[in-house]
Design a protein around this ligand. Structure first.
Ligand code: DGJ
Length: 712
């Protein structure tokens, strides 16, 4: 007898029919089902007739983790063999253990000698996680070629696809297209989450937008090689599988041993990307983030020393910068790359985690003490997984790097990757970083990782990316439990490691090395579908921008970074008096509004005539903040009225323009200036239904508006 398994969450449901033999059938994943479904009906709905010239028995296609060889002709999500035999796997005798929000499905293949387990769990906010595990119950090793973490099914009407590609400095670039009617594989072989293939996608009904259309999203929490496969079924529905990508021979499960997959997270939104983002954000907040002390404290405004100093560390200069930062209102001073070994550029010293006494004759303590005396926390940059050939560590242990005998060690940024699957290498790195953290008053680390993996083999020449990724996670976990008060920022040449696997261990991500606000908007937009604003690092950097050489006003730079985990990445001593005053004012505004930015309901509007919106409405609807930015020059005479969702229709709002310096309006009428100066109370309904007639802005400028309810 088949068994119906249905889990109902906030706005979403999954319904499965678990058969006697074969994989669990996916009946539904999407909007919450409200009328009860019973076993017999579920069975009737699951039956698919086989076609003429088809098999005499119908074979289920819409299943979790389909396997091949017995009539499923699509892309198998599980595949392997024993030295060339046992290439067919078929699971039988399902055991279901469940409670209201989760289910564990387990079954065996007695012919091959395998036990498969699939875990499903619904989370607050409606997201669903899946993961799988395979135990080798046979007497010989089982060679696992492929094992997905989970499968999402979308209905035939979900014909549009949104994926995120990119490169260094241009992460999270949205690629929108039509879902192919065949197989689409998105594979990442770079050994880290990558800038190029973010392990997430969205499928939706035609024309889905920020706030309209049905959308199904999937995210694989994994910082190594991955595959996301879209396999359209004959009836138009589509399976989306996500899991680790294995190199040949990478996973050989010894007798009695097991493979455990990463976690794949799925979300459904009935009201466009905004509703999907709400589920993903709730998941990150409830299931992943583990704050020191159990609760997030206000995200400290951070000064990162990188773009203001690069490798040129001078204690006195850094102290002056710390003073200038504190005067601006900065709360965390993070010392980036360049403080250890003999690191004057990126050619040496990774692996030698001792303070560079040439730059810091008395160690880091005098700088830390100075920073602390100014009322700021101190943070430190590290890149624990790496080693430069020009380092004491490499000279002592040249065999501790990932590599395959006889194959070239390809350098990237002059560095090699430590083989952390070797316990002695992992222990050594742990001891070094542990000592740095134990000896200093450090409240956060920026954990960087600056290269893709090549020839990622272990001592005996086996592919090791998956085990290396697990070893990195283990090292992070170990350091976190040794130093539970220390926060971690996950960085990999910018946003190369901003996935949920990393966020289960970190407290923020560095999204991109491109800090140009015009570019950053798009990067932040893509990431914000999955990541809540408080974990997204965003900095005001110098003008002209170091990556694009564009010059931009302080107001525009600050606005684009303001609603995220806000920071500064420039030499604050070198600021002009006007910029210094304006930046200090923006920091004050950020601090006042950060409970709203980091606790409200965000919404976006993609650029319309060069103008985009990012807004946040308080959960109680009493307050909202809206950032309007004009990235390119408009080609229409007037901007469309500003409509703000999330307000209380009956309440009357005072509207205030918060920019500390005069905005770059092309022309403003007296009525507009009165409206934006709080001179009129406007109902939430009028603001949403009629909209505000904003003045046009010059390109690369913007405004911040606050809406405060004065009651009905
Ligand atoms: C890459 C990071 O993305 C930068 O922010 C900076 O930390 C450098 N590495 C330092 O080498």
């Amino acid at each position: 007898m088949s068994q119906l398994v249905q889990l109902d969450g906030e706005g979403s449901s999954i319904a499965l029919l678990v058969p006697e033999t074969g994989m669990p059938l996916l009946l539904h994943w999407g909007v919450r089902l409200t009328a009860p479904l019973d076993n017999a009906t579920a069975e009737a709905l699951a039956v698919r007739a086989s076609r003429i010239n088809g098999l005499d028995e119908s074979v289920a296609a819409a299943t979790l983790l389909p396997t091949g060889g017995l009539g499923f002709f699509g892309w198998p999500a599980l595949a392997g063999h024993r030295s060339g035999r046992d290439f067919i796997q078929s699971l039988t005798g399902w055991d279901v253990v469940r409670d209201e929000k989760s289910a564990t499905l387990a079954a065996r293949d007695d012919i091959v000698g395998l036990r498969l387990e699939i875990n499903l769990e619904l989370h607050p906010g409606g997201a669903l996680t899946m993961r799988s595990g395979l135990v080798n119950e046979g007497r010989e090793p089982f060679i696992l070629d492929r094992m997905m973490a989970g499968t999402m099914m979308v209905p035939e009407r979900a014909t549009e696809l949104l994926t995120f590609d990119g490169m260094w400095g241009a992460e999270f670039q949205p690629i929108r297209g039509v879902r192919p009617a065949s197989l689409l594989l998105r594979e990442n072989r770079r050994g880290r989450t990558s800038h190029n293939r973010y392990p997430a996608l969205v499928l939706g009904t035609p024309g889905f937008s920020e706030n309209a259309g049905e959308v199904w999203g999937l995210h694989l929490g994994w910082s190594g090689n991955h595959v996301v496969a879209l396999d359209s079924l004959d009836d138009g529905r589509c399976l989306v599988h996500a899991g680790e990508l294995f190199e040949p021979g990478e996973w050989i499960i010894d007798a009695g041993d097991e493979y455990r997959s990463p976690v794949v997270t799925m979300a459904y939104g009935a009201g466009g990307l905004e509703s999907l983002a709400r589920s993903f954000h709730a998941y990150v907040r409830h299931a992943l983030l583990a704050w020191p002390g159990g609760r997030m404290r206000p995200r400290p405004v951070t000064l990162n020393t990188w773009e203001g100093n690069y490798f040129k560390h001078d204690v006195e200069r850094l102290k002056r910068q710390a003073e200038a930062a504190a005067a601006l209102g900065v709360e965390r001073f993070l010392l980036d790359d360049g403080w250890f070994g003999c690191r004057d550029d990126d050619r040496s010293s990774l692996g030698d985690w001792q303070v560079d006494r040439r730059k810091y004759p008395d160690g880091l303590d005098p700088l830390i003490a100075h920073v602390r005396s100014l009322g700021m926390e101190f943070g430190l940059w590290i890149e624990p997984e790496m080693v430069n050939p020009d380092s004491d560590l490499y000279r002592a242990h040249p065999d501790w790097v990932l590599g395959v005998e006889g194959r070239p060690l390809v350098l990237s940024r002059h560095q090699l990757v430590l083989d952390l699957t070797r316990p002695e290498a992992a222990d050594h790195v742990f001891a070094q970083i542990d000592a740095v953290l134990a000896r200093h008053d450090i409240s956060s680390i920026k954990w960087d990782m600056n290269r893709d993996l090549t020839a990622a083999g272990d001592r005996i020449g086996r592919a090791a990316t998956g085990r290396q990724t697990r070893a990195v996670y283990a090292l992070m976990d170990r350091l976190r439990s040794a130093h539970p008060a220390v926060e971690i920022e996950s960085c990999a040449s910018g946003g190369g490691r901003a996935d949920f696997g990393a966020l289960a261990r970190a407290h923020r991500v560095w999204l991109s090395d491109c800090t140009d606000p015009t570019e950053r908007q798009r990067i932040q937009r893509g990431a914000s579908i999955f990541l809540p604003p408080e974990v997204v690092g965003a900095h005001v950097s110098a003008s002209p921008n170091h990556q694009t050489h564009r010059a931009q006003t302080m107001g525009y730079r600050a606005l684009v970074a303001l609603p995220f985990h806000f920071g500064v990445e420039l030499d604050p001593v070198g600021l002009s008096e006007a910029d210094r005053r304006e930046l200090a004012a923006w920091i004050t505004i950020h601090k006042r509004l950060r409970p709203l930015f980091h606790g409200g309901r965000p919404f976006h509007r993609d650029p319309d005539d060069g103008r985009s919106l990012y807004g946040v409405a308080a959960l109680d609807r009493r307050q909202a903040a809206v950032l309007v930015t004009q990235e390119q020059a408009a080609i229409r005479e007037l901007p469309p009225p500003l409509r703000v969702p999330g307000l209380d229709a009956a309440a009357r709002y005072r509207i205030r323009l918060l920019n500390p310096a005069a905005p770059d309006f092309i022309r403003q009428t007296a009525a507009q200036s009165d409206l934006l100066g709080g001179g009129r109370l406007v109902t939430g309904e009028a603001i949403f239904r009629i909209g505000l007639p904003l003045p046009a802005l010059r390109p690369q400028s913007g405004i911040l508006l606050e809406f405060e309810s004065q009651g009905a």
